[in-house]
Design a protein around this ligand. Structure first.
Ligand SMILES: Cc1cc2nc3c(=O)[nH]c(=O)nc-3n(C[C@H](O)[C@H](O)[C@H](O)COP(=O)(O)O)c2cc1C
Length: 331
């Protein structure tokens, strides 16, 4: 099974990706948080640093572009192509108010006329440049009834992978997943479909794979996971061990390679310290470094259900001294 790490703006930039990949193995593709090209600026220094191949050695990276004007998209795609990328992702999912107000991200989904013109122009360009374009999308803006028309538009283009987060723009990241619309895509998409959303356990994976198998077994064996990997960094290894066990079971042999249910806290501490030290080298003062670490703790806290008091102190820390004392308590 191909497993993709979802892009999370502000959380999964190159320092994070490289460090995660150093300690936890098994992700096939990392998707970079979006680049947002504008007039006279194809990508800002932060965005450029994030995708430069020398900052992404050892990880398979797919850069992502968020745009509403085809000439912006194509200029950024050309710059990425010059860096050596031949696979690029288009963001049609971002639900943020400022993004949607500019007709970008999921703000494109209720402007289907403009969307189609945009797709005509970017697929024409990427075809000439031999760039594979994938799309990461929601299933509509405010209403599930929009999905049929949107999918019909997608079916006109050679999308390398249509990664679907089955929520509306107005659902943000909270409302229940709309599986009916995902099933509709499995049955009606002419392009390969990949699922993304709320996968946190092996049971979740089994449930989604069952839906895919029952509705279109020809779809690629691939899933995209985001917060599940942040909440439990070992999740990728659990998935790989589970696959291994399944294969062995299918071969009627004794199970080998079963994963241990013991979480490796020592490794997690090394991973934490590595990330923390790199951010310390990159930023100052303390509060900026701690801001980056606290983003991680909003997910990691779920691994420490009995330590809410300490977690709260970590999230309130303003100086390294306070932060270090609380983190030490946890470990
Ligand atoms: C803080 C945050 C930032 C995100 N940034 C991006 C982004 O830059 N590009 C994108 O396509 N999706 C972005 N997403 C959406 C995720 O990639 C993913 O679709 C979403 O979290 C659902 O998957 P999950 O339940 O496995 O996390 C972001 C989500 C969050 C919570």
């Amino acid at each position: 099974m191909n497993i993709y790490f979802a892009p999370l703006e502000g959380v999964t930039r190159c320092t994070f990706r490289n460090t995660y990949n150093k300690y936890y193995k098994g992700v096939d593709k990392f998707f970079a948080p979006f680049i947002s090209p504008a007039d006279n600026c194809v990508m800002n220094p932060k965005e450029k640093k994030d995708v430069l191949p020398e900052n992404n050695e050892g990880v398979f990276l797919v850069p992502q572009i968020l745009a509403s004007k085809s000439h912006h998209f194509n200029a950024a795609a050309e710059a990425l192509c010059d860096m050596g990328y031949n696979e690029i992702n288009l963001n049609l999912g971002c639900p943020s108010g400022t993004v949607c107000a500019k007709g970008k991200g999921s703000g494109f989904l209720n402007r289907t006329g403009l969307l189609e013109k945009f797709l005509d122009e970017i697929f024409d360009f990427s075809g000439k440049k031999n760039i594979r374009l994938s799309i990461k999308t929601r299933i509509g803006y405010t209403d599930c009834d929009e999905w049929e028309e949107i999918l019909e538009i997608y079916n006109k283009y050679p999308i390398s992978e249509l990664i679907i987060h089955p929520r509306l723009r107005t659902d943000y990241y909270r409302e229940p997943i709309r599986m009916e619309q995902f099933v509709y895509a499995l049955k009606n998409s002419k392009n390969p479909v990949v699922y993304n959303g709320e996968i946190n356990t092996i049971d979740d994976i089994e449930a989604v794979r069952k839906v895919i198998k029952e509705n279109n077994p020809n779809m690629p064996d691939a899933l995209m996971i985001g917060r599940g990997f942040l909440r439990n960094p070992e999740f990728i290894e659990e998935i790989r061990a589970w696959e291994n066990d399944n294969q062995t079971d299918n071969n009627n042999a004794s199970a080998i390679g079963s994963h241990s249910s013991e979480f490796d806290w020592k490794r997690f501490r090394l991973y934490h310290d590595d990330l923390y030290n790199q951010y310390k080298e990159m930023m100052s003062p303390d509060i900026n470094v701690l801001f980056k670490m606290k983003e991680q703790w909003t997910y990691w806290r779920e691994m420490f259900p009995d330590d809410e008091k300490t977690i709260k102190k970590i999230l309130k820390a303003k100086y390294f001294g306070e932060y270090d004392i609380e983190v030490k308590k946890l470990f």
